[in-house]
Every structure is written in C-alpha cells, then in structure tokens.
Design a protein around this ligand. Structure first.
Ligand code: ADP
Ligand code: ZN
Length: 529
C-alpha cells in the first residue's frame, strides 16, 4: 500500500526533510516499516523514547489521514501547532472547539487535506464522528496512552473500551497502540481489549539511565525537600507530587515562602488556573510544579531536572511513569521519594476502606506491596524497577541511592519480636488494639497520659525497647508492615498480627532490616563513652 517508488526510502526522507533528524532512534525504524506495510503494532517505550514518530511518519508515508486517538485533550492544540510549524497538515476534533472550527476540520478531512487528525476517545463513540471517518480515507489508527484501556491501571478511561470497534469497522486499516506503562499483564490486557491479538509487539528498554533514583525515610518532608532543592537543584524546573490537594497547596506555599517559584496544580483548581499554571511551567525556566498525579500525563518538557514524591505512589507503574517525566532531554536528573510509616498505614487503609470489590482490593494490595518492596530493597533500585517490567538488569547500576551508598542491614529479629509481643500482649491480655505510636511509647517506657489511662506501664513489655530511638522503632514497624509481618486495620490504623508474625515470634523467621539512613549519617554512639 505504500506509495513510495522502489529505490527510495520514504520513511527516512520524511524523518530528515520534515522532522529534521538525521537518524532513527532505537526500534523506530522497525516499527515504522511494519506499520507502513499495513501491520498492527503494540509499542511499549518509555516516556521520551520517541513514540510519536512511530505513527506520524507512517501517516505521512501511507495514503490517507492518520487518525490519532489521545486522551490528552488539553495538549491537542499544542501538538497540532507543533506539527503545522513543520509543514504537516494536522487538525483535531474535541469538545473544546466551537461548531465552526469543527466544521472546518471535518471539511479538510473529507477533502483529503489532512495528514494527521487527533481525536478524543469519547468523540469516536459518537455515530456522527464514525460516519465522518467513513467518508474519508484513513492511513492508520494510532491509539496513544493505550494503557488507559486497562481497568486495573490508575489511568483507566471507560471510552477506551469502545476502541475495539475500530478493528470491526475498519478491518484493513493498520492500528498502532502506544504506551509508556505496561507490565506483562497490562500488555496482555491492552492486546485483548483492543483486539490487537495479531499485532507485533515492540518493546524498548524501560531503562532511563540518566535518572538517579533515591528513596529516603520521611521525617520532615517539606524541610527535606527544601534541602534537596537548595543543595542540588537550585534554579531547576521540577515536579513535586503530593497525595492530597491540601498538601499540594501547603507545599507550594512553603516553597514560595522559602524563595522558590512554585505553583500548585490539582483537580480542585478551576480549569483556567490549571491551564495557566501548566503553561507557565512549560514556558518559564526553573519553575517548580507542586501537583497531585492529575498533572503530567503527556507533558513534554525536556528539562525537568527532578521529580520529588512527598507521598508514596500506589504502584511501581505510577512511580515509574511519574519519575519518567524527569530528564527527557537525557541530562542527569533526580527521582526523589520520601516515604514513611504513615504512608504505609494510610495506603493500606485506603485499600481496605475502598468501595472496590475483593478482586479490586487484592489487586491494589499487590501493587502496593511491589511499591513497598522497592522502597525497602537493599539492592539496586533500577534493577528492581526494570525487573518489575520483566526486564533483566545488571546487579548494580551505579546511579541509584543503594548502589551509590549501599545501605547497612542489621539483625532486627529481637526488635521485631519485641514489637510483635507488644501487639500480642495488648490483644491477648487486654483485648485491645492500638496504632504504632502507642506501641512505640510502651516499648520506650514512656508514661504518657494515654499509657497511664490504659495502665500500659503494667505490661511486661513496658520499657523493653530503649535500645532504639523512636525514629528507629518507626522504621521497624514500617519494614514489618511492608513485608506483611505485621498488618494495619480499620479507620485508626491499629496494628495486628499476621500469619507471618507467628514465625518471627517463634524465632523461626530471622528478620534483617535496612538501617535508616539518618543513623548512618550520624554515628553518635562512637563519641559517647
Ligand atoms: P514519547 O511520546 O515516547 O514520550 P516523543 O515522541 O515526545 O516521546 O519524543 C521525545 C523527544 O525525542 C521529542 O522531543 C522528539 O522530537 C525527540 N525524538 C524522537 N525521535 C527522534 C529521533 N529519531 N531523533 C532525534 N530526536 C528524536
Ligand atoms: Zn542501582
């Protein structure tokens, strides 16, 4: 079907003449050839890998219009403008247009005056749009952000489920689905839901070698963030992710008060403010965007130097996708995450109290467990992330915190037993359940009002844990929770034993714990004699 005469290389011509690049990157060439020849493709490539050319070039080489399905309505205008400056005839159809703008694009499409047409997934479900598409000639369908079809993913868009009709109505038009997030399971789900069972899979390495992964224990998150920005990223553009709108606002105010240009972004702000903040982030240098995960999908800003998480992401996919917004230009960048006991308690509680059914909660818990394992690992973070995506990696990458400063581990078996006995005794002897704070107060032998009120100073475990400081005990609780050797329950995040706890208490399950970074830096004991 390709109209290129023998002896010329149409794809290479377009790459050079239209886009101005000398060579293809990675597997672009293979993918483009496959789609130009009429094949279906499922492309997995990390953010910044160069997915757009994989459908833009075939759309230009093949007869007809390339129809691009994208959920990123807010970016369509920018994408189309960028293509037009290169001389590509591009247009879009979405709900932001008025009728006359829409009619113009429709006329251009029917007249064959477009190379690329961007449409929103909800638009494709409308019969009028389908009739329109049937009245023109289509070169290919590109389905961008294809993981939105996955019901288990955090970007699920119900309209994506309807996209399987593309295959039924246009069986001869090649389809290329693209995403930057996909484990083996998501990949299979995309292929089956979009009826891409015949599609060839193209998987690029997910490694982002210029991103330095660091995960630290959360003490005073905003102060820790400020220190990171001042010491390593002064004047740099970056994104700070927070879980809640309130904490987005507070963090943005805090940074501003400390002389850093920071703007908030979350779904509670009106559309105008969001658009204005996003535009400033894209255009100005050195701006810090403090945001919920509502921000960032499809944002193509090459020089984001850091992505900081003040709260724990719900999954490794989410973490990878969010941190992947750093360093698209290939320059050294930082992915920094502060994570603490409260994160584990909060996330487990969110799952437990969610409206989802059992399957949903199990799935969410499995995702969280993988994220926790990444936080607590004593081996290479990059290796762990890549392994999660089914990719093998060298033992040490040399560019993550665990490779740069291998964490010490210590035999935490006795500490774990003390903590678990406290939980056990409260439950057995008193029929009570408490959160981490009370258990730690008991271990440290603190006679707080709450200890006195419940006569916890009479427990045999009272004061048996003074060899560790509060911060260290919190680390023990967190790591046991992360490994399922301890559980949190209910609205108050009370501690409870698990099946695994019994083995620790019996002494048949030794527990090695990761030493908290703070203590590594301050070897105080050496001085006190
Ligand atoms: P993705 O959609 O995978 O995140 P993009 O398609 O936006 O990535 O490409 C990321 C950047 O790399 C863009 O600035 C793009 O122009 C550039 N790029 C893509 N392919 C090439 C290439 N073959 N040579 C040079 N630059 C490229
Ligand atoms: Zn590493």
């Amino acid at each position: 079907m390709t109209s290129a005469p023998v002896g010329t290389d149409a794809a290479m011509d377009v790459l050079r003449k239209v886009f101005g690049y000398p060579a293809f990157r990675g597997r672009q060439r293979e993918i483009i050839d496959h789609v130009v020849a009429g094949g279906d493709a499922l492309v997995l490539m990390p953010t910044g890998g160069g997915k757009s050319l994989c459908y833009q070039i075939p759309a230009l080489v093949r007869d007809g219009v390339g129809v691009v399905v994208s959920p990123l309505i807010a970016l369509m205008q920018d994408q189309v403008d960028a293509l037009r400056t290169l001389g590509v005839r591009a247009g879009f159809l979405n709900s932001t247009q008025d009728l006359s703008q829409r009619r113009l694009v429709e006329r251009q499409f029917v007249a064959g005056e477009l190379d690329l047409l961007y449409v929103a997934p909800e638009g494709l479900g409308v019969p009028a749009t389908q009739r329109l598409l049937e009245s023109g000639r289509i070169a290919l369908f590109a389905i961008d952000e294809a993981h939105c079809v996955s019901q288990w993913g955090h970007d699920f868009r119900p309209d994506y489920l309807g996209l399987s009709m593309l295959h039924e109505r246009w069986p001869d038009v090649p389809r290329i689905a693209l995403t930057a997030t996909a484990t083996t399971a998501t990949r299979a789900e995309i292929a089956s839901r979009l009826q891409l069972t015949e599609a060839r899979h193209f998987t690029a390495s997910f490694d982002r070698p210029n991103i330095q992964y660091r995960i630290v224990a959360k003490n005073e998150p905003r102060r820790q963030l400020l220190e990171l920005l001042r010491t390593e990223h002064s004047g740099d553009a970056g994104i700070v992710y927070c879980l809640s709108r309130a904490s987005v606002e507070k963090t943005a105010e805090f940074l501003t008060a400390n002389g850093i240009t920071a703007l908030p972004y979350h779904a509670g702000l009106d559309a105008g403010t969001r658009a204005a903040h996003q535009a400033r982030f894209l255009r100005e240098d050195g701006l810090v965007m403090v945001a919920t995960i509502a921000f960032g999908m499809g944002i193509d800003k090459p020089d984001v130097r850091f992505v900081a998480h003040l709260d724990l992401p719900k999954s490794v996919e989410g973490y990878y996708q969010e941190t992947g917004r750093a360093g698209r230009d290939g320059q050294p960048s930082t992915a920094w995450l502060a994570y603490g006991l409260q994160d584990v308690v909060q996330q487990r509680r969110l799952i437990e109290t969610s409206d989802g059914d059992l399957a949903f909660r199990r799935n969410a818990a499995a995702h969280l467990d993988a994220m926790l394992a990444l936080c607590e690992t004593v081996s290479c973070r990059r290796g762990q992330v890549l392994g999660y995506f089914g990719e093998s990696a060298p033992e040490s990458c040399g560019n993550c915190d665990t490779c740069l400063a291998p964490p010490e581990s210590w035999d935490g078996t006795v500490a774990a037993q003390k903590l678990l006995s406290t939980v056990l005794r409260l439950q057995r002897e008193r029929g009570q359940k408490f959160g981490a704070g009370q258990s730690i107060d008991i271990l440290l032998g603190r006679t707080t009002a709450k200890v006195t009120q419940f006569r916890h100073e009479e427990l045999s475990v009272f004061g048996i844990g003074t060899e560790l400081r509060e911060q260290e005990w919190r680390g023990v609780v967190r790591q046991l929770l992360a490994r399922g050797l301890l559980a949190v329950e209910g609205d108050y995040g009370t501690l409870a034993l698990t099946d695994g706890s019994a083995d620790v208490l019996r002494g048949t399950h030794p527990v090695r714990l990761r030493r908290e970074a703070e203590r590594v830096r301050a070897p105080r004991q050496a001085r006190a004699r």
